[in-house]
Design a binder for this molecule. Structure first.
Ligand code: ATP
Ligand code: MG
Length: 360
């Protein structure tokens, strides 16, 4: 008898410990809606403090605010699943998935419902991002497709007979197809960056050499706008532990922006500095700058400050998000400062190879 009692007490404390440490919220109520047990996770979700046992659930969490469908579960004698939104002061809404499962004891003397609450806020956000992303991609592809279709149709309807006009229209068609190709390439690139398993190996690289290569690639673009482009490199060797083409991609994206968003005859400077804590690359331009309210969104996929202006120059709004993704995956940081109307400064910081335990 004593053993049995001890065993029961033991089981009970095990059960309690489990409920107390669960991240899911658990509320057990009897068939009249009186709380039998509410675990700490559930109390925290609704910011309830103090005793909850024996209080009516409808009073504590009114059904017009939080519908857990427990009556429905009792009536149907099956589990009912619902999404519940919990508004919070000074914090974003919590999205909970509630499963209300009816139960009854073997002797049928007690029945009730166990409500399990799962925090779905993060999942919901990811799902929303995915939906936005697909919508964005579709939109970005449809616009050039529509343009191409219109121009080809006009050519078919007679514009072909006018050589000068035809040349211009074909030029537009080529530009738009190029833009679609760039978009698809950038998207494939991002997808590859997203899948960690396919990450290419890192090697020790000469960062000065990478900067020089990129400068060579970009020089003609700066020259065509008569911009004054200069690079400042330190005397000492600068090493980076990285995938070389990825670092080049980051610098090209940043310099391409400096080139695009700086008027003709403007000045663009790239400075590389080797510091104790890491290597820093700063790209400064004397361009159009970015308004304050746009700063927070710059690294979002497809975000452009001025869609119309960026489109006519062929931007898809992916350059900075690609740059950030690469810098992040190299353990670095990227930061953008700007004074609207005066210019923009991009700072990129990479940890030193020693940081990865790499042999130099
Ligand atoms: N140096 C800069 N000066 C002014 N605005 C900038 C600068 N760099 C970025 N921006 C703004 O940030 C936006 C996002 O830049 P991002 O490189 O991601 O896209 P994009 O240049 O429009 O297109 P993509 O790089 O995909 O061709 C740009 O549309 C532009 O408005
Ligand atoms: Mg860009």
């Amino acid at each position: 008898m004593r053993d049995t009692l001890e065993e029961i007490a033991d089981e009970k404390s095990k059960m309690e410990a489990m409920l107390n440490f669960m991240t899911e919220g658990v509320i057990a109520i009897d068939n009249l809606g009186q709380i039998i047990h509410m675990n700490p996770a559930a109390s925290a979700m609704f910011r309830i403090s103090g005793e909850t046992t024996n209080r009516p659930l409808d009073e504590l969490l009114p059904p017009d605010t939080y519908d857990f469908a427990w009556r429905q579960a009792l009536m149907l004698n099956e589990t009912v699943t619902k999404e519940v939104k919990v508004s919070q002061q000074e914090a974003e809404d919590l999205i909970l998935r509630s499963h209300a499962a009816p139960f009854s004891t073997r002797s049928n003397e007690c029945s009730g419902v166990v409500i399990v609450l799962l925090d779905m806020t993060e999942e919901n956000k990811l799902e929303e991002m995915r939906r936005d992303f697909v919508a964005n991609v579709s939109h970005e592809l449809r616009t050039p497709l529509t343009t191409v279709r219109t121009y080809v149709e006009t050519l078919k309807d007679g514009a072909l007979e006018e050589p000068e006009l035809a040349q211009r229209f074909l030029g537009v068609v080529i530009n738009e197809t190029d833009r679609m190709t760039r978009l698809v390439n950038d998207l494939l690139y991002l997808t590859r960056l997203d899948s960690i398993s396919k990450r290419e190996p890192y090697f020790i690289q000469d960062l000065k050499e990478i900067v020089r290569n990129v400068a060579d690639v970009m020089s003609p673009q700066f020259a065509s706008k008569e911009q004054d482009f200069s690079i400042l490199l330190p005397e000492s060797e600068v090493k980076i532990y990285a995938a070389q083409d990825k670092i080049q991609q980051v610098l090209i994206n940043i310099l391409a922006n400096a080139n695009l968003y700086t008027p003709a005859k403007g000045r663009i400077t790239l400075t590389l500095t080797a510091r104790e804590e890491g290597n820093e690359i700063v790209v400064e331009d004397t361009g159009i700058g970015i308004p304050k309210e746009a700063m927070a969104r710059l690294f979002e996929r497809f975000y452009r400050v001025d869609k119309a202006r960026s489109r006519e120059r062929g931007g898809n709004g992916l350059g900075l998000s690609i740059a950030r993704q690469i810098v992040d995956s190299h353990g670095g940081r990227i930061h953008l400062d700007s004074e609207y109307g005066f210019g923009t400064t991009v700072r990129i910081w990479f940890p030193k190879p020693e940081h990865f335990g790499a042999e130099i």
